[in-house]
Design a protein around this ligand. Structure first.
Ligand code: PHE
Length: 622
């Protein structure tokens, strides 16, 4: 039984522990210690990452799980980790602290929901990259603002989060909610926020609510009889920056203005207040728009005029919404004695242009064409085999967790699929299997995915049987994530070069060539050793941040932004593509188009989601 140190001290970042067992499983290792500070995935909180260092080796902990009453650390190991010896454990504190803040925020949101809708019964919570609390029952979506306000009220009261261990009877007597399956072997722990009734909890928690910072409720999602209240917290740096007097980039400021406009219009539509009251509330100095107007000084001087135009447009559009609302009786009516000046020049119809992502796709395609890479297309809905298994990630591989994948259960086996009748909807995006990938092949049946990366094109391209391969596969990818630097639908471009005697030097050469062509000679890049199942060795490619030019801002990590991965194609993958790894080798890289485009200097965008907000006033700038 592992002693769970994180239960009593969630701020402990380092620990000496003794190795109880260390077993190889496939191509990773599983370590059990006598005690641990690593949080195993559970209760909606993602697991910790970090390192376990012994005298003769270091284990990199990638995932941690609870198995019976033991904490199993899933790792890769350099050197050896000896059983019975002491090791030094260190957790990746940034990840843990963010997880803790998100988890604690979940409890605050739950208290806020209980204040607004005490009739809802909690079912579960998810406190990872996507965070929500799920309840039995339903909740009108217009409660969103109330819940957000209540949650931030609790945050601003700077309440203490206290954990204590209790007996089952005590827990039943005190807790506001008793989950159905209480863990049998774990100590029963309860968490209370300020004076609110305690809740059973096994996660790691911050000490005071001000460590969480502002909470946002982006949506409330009702299904038949359940409802999810989604929430987000600012990243820790954003939280710290919130009070600092910072400069704001124009696109970000415009994004805030558009948010204010949308919220104001929603309020007008739901409100039965008079026009005058609405005007004070939504356009007055204390309104969100009023507050933003004051902050316009923080926008770089060169952009202020443009931003000013948007401020006026937003004001007019809110004013219009107030006038048009049938419930508000506006004293303002267009004057009836208006006249038309027929000598005025006409209005030019607006001209459109390609979306920034389409522009980037064209430019990237052209850059690679010049060194002999051809753009190809591969399915965006594909078999698990191409997206994972053929890439050295069998179904049980923990490495798959990195790609937050949408799986599709394919109805029926392929043979039945073509036996007449209407084809199921999912099969309309059916990847057309290449000629040599016979549908009888069992590996290409079973689950399908919305491809989470373009690497599914690697084996598919090899199966075409034409060598050497110099492809650039550009496609949409899907992952279950949304925050300042992630969107659920993104674009990637995947380079693959397969020939005889390809070297890492060739890979570095191609990457350098691309950066020079796309960003200009002054931007810096670096290759960081990394791990992917389908490349060996693997790298992550970073570029110095285009928002702060390397100084450090809320978008980047200390001045560097990760553009995704690269490496030498793993022999197993080459074999799965039907080629002989003794004869052929090569490299691959896969990068996100949105990120690559955002990092271009001049594109000072620090929230990737703005790209898909579909507001012309934003898009016109690029
Ligand atoms: N497919 C990887 C990702 O999405 C990137 C990658 C591509 C890494 C090719 C190595 C080689 O993160």
């Amino acid at each position: 039984m592992t002693e769970l140190i994180y239960m009593t001290d969630s701020y402990k970042q380092e620990l000496m522990a003794r190795v109880v067992s260390c077993v190889q499983k496939g191509n990773w290792w599983e370590i059990v210690l006598d005690k641990t500070i690593f949080y195993p995935q559970g209760g909606g909180q993602p697991s910790d990452k970090g390192t376990i260092k012994g005298k003769h080796g270091t284990a990199t902990v990638k995932h941690v799980r609870m198995q019976d009453d033991e904490v199993v650390h899933e790792c890769s190991i350099e050197g050896t980790i000896e059983i019975g010896k002491f090791v030094e454990c260190t957790i990746d504190w940034n990840t843990r602290y963010q997880n803790m803040r998100v988890h604690s925020a979940g409890h605050v949101v739950h208290e806020a929901v209980r204040l607004v809708a005490p009739y809802l019964d909690p079912i579960k919570g998810e406190h990872g990259k996507t965070a929500y609390i799920q309840y039995q029952g339903s909740l009108p979506i217009d409660k969103k603002t109330r819940i957000e306000q209540q949650a931030n009220d609790l945050i601003n009261q700077n309440l203490h989060l206290k954990t204590e261990f209790v007996t089952l009877d005590e827990l039943k007597a005190r807790a506001s909610y008793i989950p159905e399956h209480l863990p049998k072997h774990k100590p029963l722990r309860i968490l209370s926020i300020g004076e609110y009734p305690p809740i059973p909890d096994g996660g790691t928690q911050v000490k005071t609510t001000n460590e969480i910072g502002e909470i946002t409720i982006p949506s409330i999602d009702n299904t038949v009889d359940q409802v999810r209240v989604y929430y987000t917290v600012a990243s820790e740096t954003e939280n710290k920056d919130a009070t600092a007097d910072q400069s704001i980039a124009a696109p970000q400021f415009i994004g805030l203005l558009l948010d204010a406009e949308r919220e104001a219009k929603e309020l007008v539509a739901e409100s039965d207040k008079s026009a005058e009251e609405l005007r004070i509330m939504l356009l007055g100095p204390k309104s969100e728009l009023g507050r933003l107007t004051k902050q316009i000084r923080q926008v770089p001087a060169a952009d202020r005029a443009n931003v000013g135009v948007v401020v006026n447009q937003v004001k007019q559009s809110i004013e219009q919404a107030i006038c048009n609302n049938p419930f508000t009786h506006s004293p303002i009516h267009p004057s009836s004695d208006s006249w038309i000046d027929v000598t005025l020049p006409g209005n030019r119809p607006p001209e459109g242009h390609l979306h920034i992502v389409s522009q980037a796709i064209m430019e990237i395609t052209r850059i690679f064409e010049r060194i002999g890479f051809t753009r190809v297309r591969h399915p965006e809905v594909d078999w698990d085999w191409y997206a994972f298994e053929s890439l050295n990630m069998p179904p049980e591989s923990p490495a798959r967790d990195e790609w937050e994948t949408f799986f599709i259960q394919y109805p029926g086996k392929p043979k039945e699929r073509h036996s007449g009748g209407r084809r199921p909807i999912e099969s309309r995006g059916d990847p057309i299997a290449p000629p040599n990938a016979g549908l009888q092949d069992d590996r290409k049946t079973g689950q399908m995915v919305l491809t989470p990366h373009t690497s599914n094109g690697q084996v598919r391209e090899m199966e075409k049987g034409k060598l050497p391969i110099r492809m650039i596969n550009i496609a949409k990818c899907y992952r279950r994530q949304s925050d300042v630097s992630h969107v659920p639908m993104l674009h990637q471009f995947e380079g693959l070069y397969i020939d005889k005697n390809v070297s890492i030097g060739d890979l570095k050469g191609v990457i350098d060539y691309f950066f020079k062509q796309y960003y200009g000679p002054e931007r810096k890049s670096r290759l960081r050793p990394f791990h992917f199942q389908f490349t060996e060795p693997s790298f992550e490619v970073d570029i110095n941040c285009g928002v702060c030019l390397g100084r450090g801002c809320k978008f980047c990590k200390e001045g560097w932004v990760e553009l995704a991965g690269a490496g030498m194609v793993h022999p197993t993958v080459i074999k799965n593509g039907g080629l002989d790894p003794q004869v052929y080798n090569g490299f691959a890289f896969g990068w996100g188009i949105e990120r690559v485009a955002m990092m271009k200097s001049g594109t000072q965008l620090d929230d990737i989601r703005l790209l898909y907000s579909n507001d012309v006033r934003f898009l016109e700038q690029f």
